[in-house]
Every structure is written in structure tokens, then in C-alpha cells.
Design a protein around this ligand. Sequence first.
Ligand SMILES: C[S@@+](CC[C@H](N)C(=O)[O-])C[C@H]1O[C@@H](n2cnc3c(N)ncnc32)[C@H](O)[C@@H]1O
Length: 197
Amino acid sequence: MAALSRICPWWLAPTLDNPIRRLVHNPEKILRRYIREGDTVLDLGCGSGTFTIAIAKMVGEEGRVIAVDLQEKMLEILRKKAAKEELSSRITTHRSEADQIGISDRVDFALAFYMVHEVADQGRFFREVASLLKEDASLLISEPKFHVSKSAFRRMKEAAEGAALTPTDEPKIRFSRSLVLRRNGVSLPRSASFGLI
Ligand SMILES: C[S@@+](CC[C@H](N)C(=O)[O-])C[C@H]1O[C@@H](n2cnc3c(N)ncnc32)[C@H](O)[C@@H]1O
């Protein structure tokens, strides 16, 4: 069970989802190379849904986002936003346990933005995520530099590799340490690495 002190509390939702953050971390810019219309995308630790809402727009009417969080309050905030944007039909919310995501759908892409450092058993987490990825699917993890040291991020990478996930790219996301991982270890061509996003 994760220590609750690790978890970003729901009442900090306004700091996660505001126009200034979107200038720094623009979800469309960060994700457009990974997501196509019609995809099923898993947003792990979705919080109040900054990324979920953008993903729901990117996958279009035929696509789907599964938004997972420990905190029902975060999911409630997200559902309200989705209703306001008329995107509810594309978004499924799921309240996970600290030590189990607890879904069985296979996905085309998974995102874990600023959440893995809150997970107590990262090896278990990555094994479960790996089991949810379709054959050529990838997982993007991004962690805050101010909070996650180089060595902590290296340990995270090792935990992912231990779950048979292979790092294929290190996208440059502002103020972050980031990694793209694939189940089958297919490397992206060098040109797939872009500049700072
Ligand atoms: C710092 S917030 C980031 C939210 C969102 N990804 C974003 O970037 O706006 C981390 C979120 O991860 C959730 N979380 C932490 N551990 C989790 C776990 N084991 N399973 C699911 N969600 C988790 C927290 O409840 C919190 O909403």
C-alpha cells in the first residue's frame, strides 16, 4: 500500500490544471507523435484530467481514453470537465487501488505523467502496465526534475526494464525526466526524437 503522504492531494487539482501549466506542458505538443485517431489510450494517475481531456480530443469519436486514478475526487473533477466539453462518451474513469490498476483492456498507448514517483511498488506497477499494452504500444513516463533525482529516475527505468519494457526514446519535456518504453523493444528511428517540448 502506498504511503498516502506520497500522493498529490485532490485539492491541488487547480495547480495541475491551469493555463500557465499548459504553456509549459502542452498536452497536444507532448503527445501528438504517439496518439492517432481511433486509439485506446490509458492515462495513469490522470489527476483532474489535464492530459485526459486533450487525449479525448486527439483520439476522436472512434477513440477512447481510460482515465485511472486512486482518488475518486480527482475523477469527479475530471468527469465534470468532460461533461462540460461534451467528451464524456470517449472517457471511461476507473478508480484504482494503490497496488493494482485493475483494468483488463489492452491499449495502444499509455501515459504516466508525474505519477510514477507516487507509486510504492514500481516493479509491480510496470508489470501490470506491460500486460495492458498491445503488441506495438508504448508507454510514456514523465517525472518532475525538481522532485525526482537522476538516480531515482534511473531506478524507475530499471524497474521498467525488469518488467520487460524497453526504453526506446528520451523525449525532452520541459522540467522533466522522460522515457518512452515499449513492450517489444522496437526502437524508434533517430528522427523520432524531437527538440524540447
Ligand atoms: C501529480 S498528480 C499528476 C496528475 C496528472 N497526470 C497531471 O500531470 O496533471 C499524480 C496523480 O497520480 C495519482 N496516483 C498516485 N499513485 C497512483 C496509483 N498507484 N494508481 C493510480 N493513480 C495514482 C494521484 O492520485 C494523483 O492524482
